[in-house]
Write a protein that binds this ligand. Structure first.
Ligand code: GLA
Length: 383
């Protein structure tokens, strides 16, 4: 993980003037509620301390100049009026997407000089793309006085990713990045975006939340995500429901009897996973964070056996963490690689990390990177 500190100097060297401000938007990990957001269901993410920072200065000539400290020396120059879905590739597509979407939504915004700096690990299932979109969205909102609120900006960032980048993601990552609070998890209803900040004091309970980045991302990730989403939508249609969120747990057995075999495990995951989110919030409030452990591990089993978004690397990390004393563990995010979270008593954190690292090495997998996640603040202006 790299953190660049002298980015104001870099901005001036690149563009010949100072930025008007600096905005930050964090990555996230989801505690529970995976693949439920696009089924109008519930999720429980926290924001990470790692964030994308965007330094921005408006330009009057309709030119959007983009650079990133991760690709030193490269400046992507785009004509804002000519932006079109699919027309920009790589990392620059995300900030360009936000500017295109703002204009599509009727906001009178133009070009800018933008320098991005990030310590959110990329390709690790920690929402570095959503963080990038949200940092640019909040910067434009402030600089142009657009008056959009945090959920409005999250929806805009999601639309940018759906329509311009072409990834059919749900709303969880952008809402987490925009609206999470330090010391709390975000209990979000993805249907109407109503949300509650549930206090989560890990340190006070002598616990740590490890984020284990397996450093693998399997190629099927994008196509498989879209296929799973389409499968869920088909199942809801066959059941005559607006979304799978509308299927009550009590009606699950009867509903499964009416579905083609390939949709059964998908629906079972979504319905039981929504139940796990509600159970997690109740347990968190009644018994404290340690009670989340078994719910996390049950969520992983459902992703592994029913939704099939786990993979050998995440399965091994979860099984090893639990065997080494974690209270619970699961893959987090879209899947097919990416990161695993493990809830551990602080005293056994090092033992768990050692066990997971050793097991990965023994299996010939990439060496995982491990972070400790602290529930952190959502998107904000830094200066
Ligand atoms: C990705 C998507 C989210 C969500 C998760 C799975 O992170 O961007 O919208 O669907 O996968 O829970």
């Amino acid at each position: 993980m790299t953190t660049t500190t002298d980015t104001t100097g870099t901005f001036e060297r690149l563009y010949g003037h100072a930025p008007e401000g600096v905005w930050a938007a964090p990555g996230r990990v989801n505690l529970i509620g995976e693949h439920t957001d696009y089924n109008d269901g519930f999720v429980l993410p926290i924001a990470l301390p790692q964030s994308v920072r965007a330094q921005v200065r408006r330009r009057a000539d309709g030119v959007l100049r983009l650079s990133s400290t991760r690709v030193p020396g490269e400046v992507v120059e785009l004509d804002v009026a000519a932006l079109a879905p699919g027309g920009v590739s790589g990392w620059a597509a995300y900030p360009a997407a936000v500017v295109w979407t703002l204009r599509q939504a009727g906001h009178p915004v133009g070009g800018a000089d933008v320098l991005l700096d990030s310590d959110v690990p990329g390709g690790a299932g920690l929402s570095s793309s959503a963080a990038l979109e949200c940092a640019v969205a909040i910067a434009y909102n402030d600089l142009h006085g657009l008056g959009l609120d945090a959920p409005g900006l999250a929806l805009l960032a999601q639309r940018a990713e759906n329509e311009f980048v072409g990834v059919p993601c749900g709303i969880m990552d952008q809402m987490a990045s925009m609206t999470c609070r330090a010391g709390a998890a975000l209990h979000l209803d993805a249907r109407d975006l109503s949300a509650r900040h549930v206090p989560l004091d890990l340190a006070g309970a002598d616990l740590a939340l490890l984020v284990i980045d397996t450093r693998v991302q399997h190629d099927l990730a994008d196509g498989a995500y879209a296929a799973l989403r389409a499968g869920c939508e088909r199942a809801a249609e066959l059941l005559g429901l607006p979304a799978l969120r509308d299927l009550a747990a009590a009606d699950l057995p009867a509903a499964l009897d009416r579905l083609p075999a390939e949709l059964v495990p998908l629906v079972r995951h979504v319905v039981t996973e929504n139940g796990r989110v509600e159970q997690a919030v109740a347990e968190l409030e009644r018994r404290g964070p340690a009670a989340l452990g078994p719910i996390l591990t049950a969520g992983h089993a459902s992703l592994r056996d029913d939704y099939r978004t786990s993979c050998p690397e995440t399965d091994l990390a979860v099984a090893t963490a639990v065997a080494a004393g974690a209270l619970g563990a699961r893959m987090t995010g879209g899947g097919f690689g990416g990161s695993v979270i493990a809830l551990v008593e602080t005293a056994v954190a090092d033992t768990v990390v050692k066990a997971v690292t050793g097991a990965s090495a023994f299996a010939g997998h990439a060496e995982p990177r491990v972070y400790r996640a602290v529930p952190s603040e959502g998107a904000r202006r830094l200066s």
